[in-house]
Design a protein around this ligand. Structure first.
Ligand code: GLU
Length: 503
């Protein structure tokens, strides 16, 4: 039997979850569910200086809103817990010590001032300072000092970090599930810090230790971690642990196609790049979220899934369970995925059309209530007439406010086009005609008014366009007879008379 799949989403709570991060979570979730595996949420908060209040809750709320629920995580099925690295603090040092004992890591006593001056010296010569095989013996560490000197320093309480001793002169061949084989010369790597002088592990050590202890089988994460892959694989080798499989997802690109999609792009072009609204606790600056912009979570999940993955068919609309069924890491693109806000809207429109009229009517009702409008009109029917043109539930109000409020002004362009010499008289005749209709249903009003127009031997447009203008205030909206029937005979007559008076 093969090992059960276990994946993790491991965000650092340093701010709101960007949609790129949400996509990483989604791909992990889809992969786990596809393979009947486990999706773990781990909070990587070892860097206390970058901790942001509220960010962890935001991450959980965003996952929740999207319906991407984790199987294990903080406060849930804590089999391998705790799932917050700050609560696992005491665990990491022994692993750093283990590497020292095996000769794969060393104590380094160089002060930050000293390292800075090395960096500056190198820069002055147009070089970059890298702490690794070529200079580690010239620096102050347990490789260059004697065992006694090292011991004395530690006992004296001299601050130190623990660095990885990157193997020298090796060609490392690595496999990425999306990118294939990647080869790297270990001599270009630096001896990364694994354990800091403040007693905390760095991301690299904590990440590897936790992935191992949590029995993670596949690491699916953003491309920004590709440069760390070599170190991570070397760490697994040093510990003599089996490494998980790696898959690095390509970046989300700006709508123009070049450069990483940033918060600025969203602000500039007016679309959200976050799942939920976020208020920066320091500046109070608000970044808008998909939820508050009126997108459905199904929309966000669907378009994010297709941003970097393709099903190999023409199908574009996928429910979460269809995504689980279809998802395959082999179909995740190597190149960056261009973020297209118009396509997002298209998805949203598709999902709005799929909503049933009862639910949509409920949403519409609360929009109306917020605007102080109460109505006895059948909202389900109105929604079914309007939804074709709506993208967001809020659009229903703009598209259909005339149902609840008689026009007080008329679109001047439309008036110029439709209200001509003789129109007022014609509309007055129409009023008289309408008064004679006993069954003012849309179907019957259509038949009777059309027959009347035909008998007058004039074009339909001559009557229907000004009628629409009188009822709606512009030339938009659904079928004009449907509108009239919905407003009722009296209101239709009132609005026609108003238009005759005002136009
Ligand atoms: N804490 C890292 C992040 O926020 C996790 C990277 C990884 O998945 O290994 O992106």
């Amino acid at each position: 039997m093969s090992t059960p799949v276990r994946v993790r989403f491991a965000p650092s709570p340093t701010g709101p979850l960007h949609i790129g991060g949400l996509r990483t979570a989604l791909y992990n979730y889809l992969f786990a569910k596809k393979h009947n595996g486990t999706f773990v949420l781990r909070i990587e908060d070892t860097d206390q200086t970058r901790f942001v209040e509220g960010a962890e809750n935001y991450i959980r709320e965003a996952l929740d809103w999207c319906g991407i629920s984790y199987d294990e995580g903080p406060g849930k099925n804590e089999k391998f817990g705790p799932y917050k690295q700050s609560e696992r603090k005491s665990l990491y040092k022994q692993y750093a010590d283990k590497l020292i004992a095996k000769g794969n890591a060393y104590y380094a006593f160089d002060t930050s001032d000293k390292l800075d001056s090395h960096r500056k010296d190198h820069e002055a010569k147009g070089k970059t300072f890298i702490y690794n095989w070529h200079n580690r013996l010239k620096l102050k560490n347990s490789l260059s000092l004697s065992a006694e000197e090292t011991q004395a320093k530690i006992e004296a309480g001299d601050p130190y970090v623990i660095r990885f001793k990157t193997p020298e002169g090796k060609t490392l061949e690595m496999h990425d599930e999306i990118r294939g084989t990647i080869t790297i010369d270990t001599n270009v790597l630096d001896d990364k810090v694994l354990f800091k002088s403040d007693g905390m592990p760095t991301y690299h050590l904590a990440n590897i230790v936790d992935d191992h202890l949590m029995e993670i089988t596949h690491v699916i994460r953003g491309e920004e971690w590709l440069p760390s892959m070599a170190l991570h694989i070397l760490l697994y080798k040093a510990f003599e642990w089996q490494a998980p499989k790696f898959a690095h997802l390509s970046l989300l690109l700006k709508p123009v196609g070049k450069g990483k999609l940033s918060k600025r792009d969203g602000d500039k072009l007016g679309f959200p790049v976050f799942p939920l609204n976020w208020t920066d606790p320091k500046t109070n600056e608000v970044s808008s979220g998909y939820r508050e912009a009126g997108f459905y979570p199904e929309t966000v999940v669907n378009f994010l899934a297709l941003l970097g993955w393709n099903p190999g068919t023409e199908q574009e609309i996928f429910s979460l369970s269809e995504l689980i069924e279809a998802f395959d890491l082999k179909r995740v693109n190597k190149s960056g995925a261009k973020f297209d806000p118009e396509k997002n809207k298209w998805f949203q429109q598709q999902y709005l059309q799929q909503q049933n009229d009862v639910d949509l009517a409920k949403a519409f009702e609360s929009i109306l209530t917020n605007k102080g409008i109460t109505t006895s009109l059948p909202l389900e029917k109105i929604v079914s007439m309007l939804k074709e043109r709506a993208i967001f539930p809020a659009d229903l109000y703009d598209l259909g406010k005339f149902f609840f409020e008689a026009p007080t002004t008329y679109d001047p362009k439309a008036a110029k086009k439709t209200w001509k010499e003789g129109t007022a008289e014609l509309m007055q005749e129409l009023v008289e005609k309408i008064k004679t209709i006993t069954d003012f249903s849309a179907a019957n009003a259509t038949t009777e008014i059309k027959a009347w127009i035909t008998s007058k031997e004039i074009g339909f447009g001559k009557v229907m366009m000004p009628l629409r203008l009188a009822l709606v205030g512009s030339l938009m909206g659904p079928d004009v007879y449907e509108i009239a029937a919905m407003l009722g005979q009296n209101e239709t007559i009132n609005r026609l008379e108003n238009a005759i008076k005002n136009l």
